[in-house]
Design a protein around this ligand. Structure first.
Ligand code: AQP
Length: 328
């Protein structure tokens, strides 16, 4: 079976971009792939985190992923820090990546420009991400468009590692980016992607926002003055973003949807209604799950044990290929 692997950071509240760009595809993949999904808590530490908040967000993100439709019986769902092979393979990936390659990562450039303290971890994090993916002999990585460059790096590192080892030790993965919803933009600043860590409360729709907040945010979304509804992300980023949201939420093509509107008001009303409908069942399931921390902990422990059985075999193969002696 084709293996699908992806991850998400507990670095902030889950937003509509995460759901439409990645998680919707994860939910589909668990029925057709050998699907492995990881809450990448170590990645969140690349920027300063309050320990109590990180703990709370890790539990709530796991509950939300289950509420979005991930079934721990159908996929492997676990926490990155519970599987020590991730950091162990990350070191070997850091020794495979070049300084120049990591310096070219646009996410590093963006985040380091905003950070007061630029950790070494922020710089090397794509090597840890490559390790996350490569540990599971991953074939496909369903992600939003912003992760394209990092997945290409993971491919390059796998190929370089194999070529140095003179054998196919690591599986070379491919990214899978959805045709609609791959880059949901901030509603107030449609030049920026919707993001957990950007301070833009009015521009970000959270998966747990109530219907009134969703309607208000979409109603106030930045568009432009000419009132022409056309799907053209370059020339009309705000309107195109609303069409992408409506399209991804209803399974329709944004360009085709554009032909059904001649004013922004009705488009905004329909986009808000579609998002409210999409999120209502997720919010109801989440309200039940989040109180049951025992179940969440048990899901994560079971997931880590399953993940470790694959990860430890890959790491042993990699250690052997580079000449490290087996322990014990
Ligand atoms: N705006 C977006 N549109 C479509 N997909 C998106 N993703 C993130 N933002 C958008 C996808 O969500 C998955 C999980 O993201 P992540 O938390 O691992 O990393 P991220 O890309 O760094 O997400 P954020 O929300 O921007 O968080 P911060 O601000 O903490 O970095 C990924 O597949 C991502 O592509």
């Amino acid at each position: 079976m084709v293996r699908s692997f992806s991850g998400i950071q507990p670095s902030g509240d889950l937003h509509l971009g995460n759901l439409l760009g990645a998680i919707t595809r994860w939910v589909q993949d668990q029925h057709t792939h050998d699907a492995v999904f990881c809450v990448v808590d170590l990645h969140a530490l690349t920027l300063p985190q309050d320990p109590a908040v990180l703990r709370e967000r890790t539990v709530s993100l796991t509950a939300l992923l289950v509420a979005c439709g991930l079934d721990p019986g159908a996929c492997t769902l676990f926490l990155q820090s519970h599987v020590p092979e991730h950091t162990r393979l990350a070191w070997l990936m850091e020794c495979t990546a070049s300084f120049g390659e990591l310096s070219r990562m646009t996410q590093f450039k963006d985040k380091s420009a905003r950070a007061e303290f630029i950790s070494a971890g922020l710089f090397t994090y794509p090597a840890l991400q490559a390790a996350d993916i490569l540990l599971y002999d991953t074939d496909v990585v369903p992600v939003g468009d912003d992760q394209r460059q990092h997945i290409e790096l993971a491919r390059d590192l796998a190929q370089r590692f194999n070529s140095r080892a003179g054998q196919d030790v690591l599986v070379v993965p491919k990214h899978v980016i959805p045709p609609v919803g791959a880059r949901i933009m901030d509603l107030q600043e449609p030049g920026n992607k919707m993001s957990k860590s950007l301070e833009s409360p009015q521009g970000t729709i959270l998966v747990l926002d109530d219907p009134k907040a969703i309607e208000k945010k979409i109603k106030r979304a930045v568009t432009d003055a000419d009132n022409e509804v056309r799907f053209d992300p370059e020339a009309k980023p705000g309107v195109s973003n609303l069409l992408s949201i409506l399209g991804a939420a209803t399974g329709r093509d944004p360009s085709a949807l554009a032909g059904e509107y001649d004013m922004y008001g009705p488009l905004k009303a329909d986009a808000a209604e579609a998002v409210v409908e999409l999120l209502a069942p997720i919010q109801a399931r989440y309200a039940e799950l989040v109180r049951d921390t025992g179940t969440i902990t048990s899901i994560l422990h079971t997931g880590a044990a399953k993940a470790r059985s694959v990860a430890s075999a890959t790491l042993a193969r990699v250690h052997d290929a580079v000449g490290l002696l087996p322990p014990g």
